[in-house]
Design a protein around this ligand. Structure first.
Ligand code: ZN
Length: 256
């Protein structure tokens, strides 16, 4: 109980921690900071205890109501830049989280005070694991992107940062449809890179880049074919020359 740990004698606070093991490293610093806050503590009044947060007295009900408001004002459903009807919504939600840098890479977890042994990239161990590194700069990811570019006979991804990942603009396409299908492939590739990173972190074997790319090819083929109402992909054409449908600028599909 708090009353067992914080003891008042003659209006002076004494803290009786009774640790089973003494806090160390970052926990010790946090403890010192927290203890200094307690120095200004006023003697207890007869009021019953309550939680205060920036919106007044805290309750689960107040929390849910604020969360609902927040979710309504900022959501992938209301963000028109994160819509591609050729692939499942979970991919769009993933890209929306990536755009806002809200995926749990190690440097972000560290910033939020979660104690990790290390913040280096679990896949390559060459650099700090930021989201930009994980999705775009890790050598494992670069190899996947290079294979995707080779498949599409393109020279460059034209994506320098996470914000550009959601737009996917690329001068190589003639039609709205072409760009929508390319965006579906880029988003799915990002999703597979992240999924593969997680599988590896949580104990599964690292998949080879050719295997991941072949999974991306078959998944995008399946997803696009089942959702694209005005068109149809042929498997052999899809894996040998995916740009071949990108001829008619008047056909519209996918984005928006
Ligand atoms: Zn890496």
């Amino acid at each position: 109980m708090v009353s067992d740990r914080i003891i008042w004698v003659d209006n002076t606070v004494t803290i009786n921690w009774a640790w089973t093991s003494q806090p160390k490293w970052r926990a010790e610093t946090e403890l010192l900071n927290a203890t200094s806050l307690l120095n200004n503590l006023a003697a207890p009044t007869s009021d019953s205890d309550r939680w205060i947060w920036k919106f007044g007295t805290y309750s689960t009900c107040a929390f849910v109501s604020h969360l609902t408001e927040l979710a309504a004002s900022s959501s992938p459903i209301t963000d028109p830049t994160i819509t591609n009807s050729l692939i499942p919504q979970k991919i769009g939600i993933f890209i929306w989280r990536a755009k806002q840098n809200k995926l749990p890479v190690r440097t972000e977890l560290d910033k939020r005070g979660i104690d990790l042994d290390l913040t280096r990239c679990p896949v390559c161990d060459d650099d700090q694991e930021t989201l930009q590194h994980a999705l775009l700069a890790c050598k494992h990811s670069i190899e996947i992107w290079n294979r995707i570019l080779k498949w599409w006979k393109l020279n460059s991804l034209h994506i320098a940062n996470l914000k550009e990942l959601s737009k996917c603009s690329n001068p190589s396409f003639n039609s709205h449809t072409g760009l929508a299908i390319w965006q579906a492939v880029v988003w799915t590739t990002s999703y597979f890179i992240w999924k593969n990173r997680n599988d590896f972190v949580f104990g599964n074997a690292k998949q080879s880049c050719p295997k991941i790319v072949s999974d991306i090819q078959s998944k995008t083929f399946e997803w696009i074919n089942s959702r694209w109402k005005k068109g149809n992909l042929e498997w052999l054409q899809w894996i040998s020359n995916p740009l071949s449908f990108d001829v008619n600028p008047n056909t519209k599909a996918g984005i928006g």
